[in-house]
Design a protein around this ligand. Sequence first.
Ligand code: NAD
Length: 481
Amino acid sequence: MQKIQNYINGELVAPVGGQYMDNIDPSRGKVYSLIPDSDEKDVEIAIKAAKAAFPSWSVTPKDVRAAYIMKIADLIDANLERLAKAESLDNGKPLHLSKTVDIPRAAANFRFYGTGIMHYSAQSHSMEDSAVNYTLRQPVGVAGCISPWNLPLYLFSWKIAPALAAGCTVVAKPSEVTPMTAYLLSELCIEAGLPKGVLNIVHGLGHKVGSAIVSHKDVPVISFTGGTKTGADIARVAAPMFKKMSLELGGKNPNIIFADCDYDKMLSTTMLSSFANQGQICLCGSRIFVERPIYEKFKNDFVEKTKKLVVGEPFGEKTKIGAVVSKPHQEKVLSYVELAKEEGGKVLCGGHKIVLEGEFENGYYIAPTIIEGLTYDCRTNQEEIFGPVVTIMPFDTEEEVLMYANSTIYGLASTVWTENLTRAHRVAQNLHTGIVWVNCWLLRDLRTPFGGVKSSGVGREGGFEAIEFFTEPKNVCIKLK
Ligand code: NAD
């Protein structure tokens, strides 16, 4: 069986302790490879390598750093098929999604920061004829980058690319649930000739490898994407050590539909914002609020379309909904359907496991689920479910729907559907989220700031914000007279 390796100091190596864990193919519920069960000894070696590589990488000219990063982007493109297949096998997501979103966006992230660093400039401030200030932007040091399982290579690259471009060296940990494409990336980095120690990838569990990275004195900057509870655990360790932190956490995003929307566009996009990637995108709109005049029509059309979504194995040509990522996750999502029923919700469609035939009979499939009849403040409407489960609810006024939308502890993203320009701007202003999509969803310009407010996180990724995050400003003031 294939054994994934750590990537440390430019080489693929086994974990020091020689221990491995099972890597499960969620579409079959079957072990298909082994993951290093690394510990703090592996992390120590990786950090040492990253620390040793830092002095040279941090002063490597930007165009040379950019050339390595662009080469990695090219290699991701050249390996699109292989990486997409690996991502779908590892994660359970439909192959067309890996091919058109995950892997191309991973390459785009490397390309964006490979070119972006060439255009990045710091500031200077003149005090008329008495003095001049200039602000250096110096790479912080060894960056710890920790990522989740839902968009494995895509979110991994979203951290690594700006860190490397900014001149940091990196110790990264992908999710132990979906490690395969991070491993394949390490092979591509070797092929790209990335200098040893610049990027190190240590596989293993969060409470062993992740926490060893977060608590290490030689890692002054942590970029984390994952659950809100894990983010709080990380902040508890990193904050008293005064580390720089970027935390991209959970969400419970509202999708607000006004009666004057472009109905067909809204309906087809709402299918995606509800169920793409089995609802396992932090940006999915899991609470759908519909203005009363179109509520019944929307309900009927949405349920009818949802019932037609083909749930199948990730490589099936007709598959729209693949497997959820793991058995515990499948159980967690279905437990929320039970909770919704206890809270008075009516399941309009789905709400159960799906058992496929033949070799996929043990995979983790869930029928896409729509629930109505819940109050905005019940647990089902307040807690993150992170699966193919949405609730729908009517509203009468803008004021009321804003109160519903803003009522959770989360504040990542929101979607608004209306053809009324003034209302679109007004509602966007009043939503407590870091991202607002009007008449679209998941449209991403890599220059824009990405991240949430409240319990959805601290800091922003994307654009020059990420380069600023991985650098420290240092002001130099020179007296002229
Ligand atoms: P998770 O928090 O369980 O794990 C994320 C990563 O953190 C994994 O690599 C894990 O091994 C590691 N980890 C776990 N405990 C750790 C610790 N104590 N110290 C350091 N690292 C530790 O999250 P998950 O289940 O992998 O991902 C799903 C969550 O991620 C959802 O809540 C989702 O909303 C969130 N998410 C947020 C965004 C965003 O941009 N805001 C994007 C994608 C996913």
